[in-house]
Design a protein around this ligand. Structure first.
Ligand code: CU
Length: 189
């Protein structure tokens, strides 16, 4: 009986000694493998950024019967960046369709037409004129639709003579912050 107990406790000691030894060996192995691959990335980024250069008139609007329909979305984009107005038209209509889902106060869009040189001032003066974001009586504005939210449509018709001279003219969204992405050229051809 005593011998037996002694044998068991000796075994237990041996197991305890065994169990302790692998524990301290694990920690330093993991740490040494970790901090290696960090400082090797900024090199391939430069050639990628250099490639997308020709983006000036890549998405022309489809024009028929002195009108066009353009789309805007929840990603703050129009689907076109250039509208060519036929010189044979005396009036021209821009239909705007908001294909997104966000409400007008979150992702409202309109179409404002002005000289390119007036764009920034028209937009900044309009920024204080919620909810349309168009300053009342702004004579620099050739034409504009109302501000619409997701699922809505709006349109505006104007005399083509107004954009024949004094350009270049642009169309853009006057919702605060949108003009940098939502703009394009509009010219008589
Ligand atoms: Cu907008």
């Amino acid at each position: 009986m005593t011998r037996h107990l002694f044998a068991i406790s000796a075994l237990a000691l041996a197991l305890a000694a065994c169990g302790q030894s692998p524990a301290p060996a694990e920690a330093p192995a993991d740490v040494s493998t970790m901090p290696a691959p960090a400082p090797a990335e900024p090199a391939p980024a430069a050639p990628v950024a250099a490639t997308p250069a020709p983006a000036s008139a890549s998405k022309p609007a489809v024009v028929a019967d002195c009108a066009t329909t353009i789309e805007s979305n929840d990603a703050m984009q129009y689907n076109v960046d250039a509208i060519a107005v036929p010189a044979s038209c005396s009036q021209f209509t821009i239909n705007l369709k908001h294909v997104g889902k966000l409400a007008v106060n979150l992702m409202g869009h309109n179409v404002v037409v002005s000289k390119q040189s007036d764009m920034a001032a028209v937009a900044s003066d309009g920024a204080g004129a919620a909810p349309e974001f168009v300053k009342a009586g702004d004579t620099r504005i050739v034409a504009h639709t109302k501000m619409i939210g997701g699922g809505e449509s709006a349109s505006v018709t104007f005399d083509v003579a107004k954009i024949k001279d004094g350009g270049p003219f642009m169309f853009f969204c006057s919702f605060p912050g949108h003009m940098s992405l939502m703009k394009g050229s509009i010219q008589v051809q």
